[in-house]
Design a protein around this ligand. Structure first.
Ligand code: HEC
Ligand code: HEC
Length: 402
């Protein structure tokens, strides 16, 4: 038998007493323990155990951006990494020549600056200019005409389009990805229990694109960060024009706490109709990265057939009012994404401001009533351009992926 000495006995006694008292608090203790174990704690414990469960971009939202859409909170780091690999992989195109990143170039703010309209499979020119993918996560309607609503499903359009990545079918590409042991492993890790399928492939690409954030521009630091000197006097005057006399902010919106410079609505600003009436005499054809030659249209049309007129949102809604209407694009990083407009038909920001100053293409009777001659002086036009350049932002995590 174990001998208990006097002082140990006293300690035991007082413990017993304390325990008896504690019993009174049992119900209370029970609630406390359950909250800790099943409420707050499990979330943080889960997160600590699987650092994957925290979407990294949610933690470092640059100044000037609104909250991320809800789905981003479930994005994991392994999904982002897998999406980045897919985004830069030429093997996703039918003949291993094109990756997403060849039209959405990281060094061009994830747009293309080398040709007016993107160049796709075997040098074929697409109908439209590739838009920036920075902040694409905030777009509810995708493409210039808003024909897609889901970033995860969007990827299948370029993957299957015969002039883009030209895969003959969904099943064909999925089978090819499944043949790659590296992808089998990475998909299993990123999508436990799901593996490689059309949805997970799109979700991984969407996860990667959700990290392509850009904010904290000098404009943001001035407007939302209270840095009075972040903008020059000319840029501040440009802002006054943008939000006032020049009426730009009625479509390229700026909110009280953030700014995406787009109201996500569709307008006819005259570009589509102008293209119909002023068919260009030549095309810029990209022969290799950085090598662009100008070729007369008659030669190109003889091989590829004339390009049909782009009717914009009308093709999606069949509503006559949507003819030549396009989604208002963001203007963040706009100085890095020339040429401009859905067809890349305007080469510089000076020329864009000139176009608006003249009131758009006035021959177009269906122009948005918000597009009117502005009567800006040369100094005012320069100020407006200076303001647009101040929207160049710092980019968050995604661009460092590669
Ligand atoms: C051959 C060039 C090309 C390739 C390759 C390409 N894109 Fe694009 N992308 C474009 C063009 C052009 C548009 C605009 C098309 C339109 O509006 O009709 C576009 C639009 C988009 C949009 C919509 C952006 C917005 O603001 O609405 C997303 C997202 C996108 N691409 C992602 C991708 C992904 C992901 C891949 C790879 C799976 C990819 N793209 C491959 C040229 C390309
Ligand atoms: C009625 C709405 C509206 C107004 C007002 C407006 N814009 Fe636009 N803006 C658009 C739309 C829509 C497009 C896309 C047109 C297209 O792709 O053909 C666009 C395109 C642009 C582009 C090209 C962006 C790119 O990436 O291709 C710039 C730059 C621009 N606008 C600046 C301005 C400025 C500066 C003003 C004021 C002088 C202004 N906008 C007024 C709706 C508007």
């Amino acid at each position: 038998m174990t001998r208990v000495n006097q002082s140990e006995w006293q300690v035991l006694k007082s413990l017993q007493k304390a325990f008896r008292r504690l019993r009174l608090f049992f119900p209370f203790l029970f609630i406390l323990v359950s909250i800790t174990c099943f409420g707050v704690a499990p979330l943080s414990l889960l997160r600590a155990a699987d650092s994957n469960a925290i979407s990294p971009q949610a933690q470092s939202l640059p100044l000037g951006l609104p909250g991320l859409p809800k789905w981003v909170s479930t994005v994991t780091t392994s999904q982002i990494e897998l999406g980045g690999k897919l985004f830069f992989d030429r093997g996703l195109s039918f003949n291993n020549t094109l990756s997403c990143s060849m039209c959405h170039l990281p060094e061009d703010a994830f747009a293309s600056t080398q040709s007016a309209r993107s160049v796709g499979m075997e040098g074929r020119t697409l109908q439209r200019n590739a838009p920036t993918l920075l902040n694409v996560v905030f777009q509810e309607m995708l493409f210039h005409d808003g024909r897609e609503t889901s970033l995860a499903l969007q990827a299948w359009l370029p993957l299957l389009h015969p002039d883009e990545m030209a895969n003959p079918s969904i099943g064909y590409l999925i089978a090819r990805v499944k043949d790659d042991p590296d992808y089998v492993r990475l998909f299993a890790q990123a999508f436990p229990g799901r593996g490689i399928d059309p949805m997970t492939l799109g979700e991984a690409l969407a996860a990667f694109q959700s990290t392509l954030l850009s904010g904290n521009s000098r404009f943001d630091r001035w407007r939302f960060g209270g840095e009075e000197n972040a903008l020059s006097e000319a840029e501040k005057r440009g802002f006054e024009l943008f939000a006032g006399k020049a009426n730009c902010a009625s479509c390229h919106t700026i909110d009280d706490a953030h700014a995406l410079f787009s109201d996500s609505l569709y307008y006819n600003t005259g570009i589509g109709y102008r293209a119909l009436t002023q068919k260009s005499e030549s095309y810029n054809i990209q022969l290799a990265a950085g090598v662009v030659v100008e070729v007369e249209s008659r030669y190109v049309d003889a091989i590829s057939g004339p390009v049909p007129n782009d009717i914009g949102r009308f093709a999606i809604t069949l509503d006559e009012r949507d003819r030549w209407a396009y989604r208002t694009p963001t203007l963040r990083n706009v100085s890095r994404t020339e040429p401009y407009m859905h067809d890349g038909s305007i080469g510089t920001l000076d020329a864009v401001v000139e176009y608006y100053n003249e009131g758009g293409f006035r021959k177009d009777r269906s122009l948005s009533p918000l597009i009117k001659p502005l009567g800006l002086t040369q100094i005012e036009r320069d100020d407006l351009v200076a303001f647009l350049v101040s929207l160049d932002g710092a980019e968050a995590s995604g661009t460092q992926n590669k």
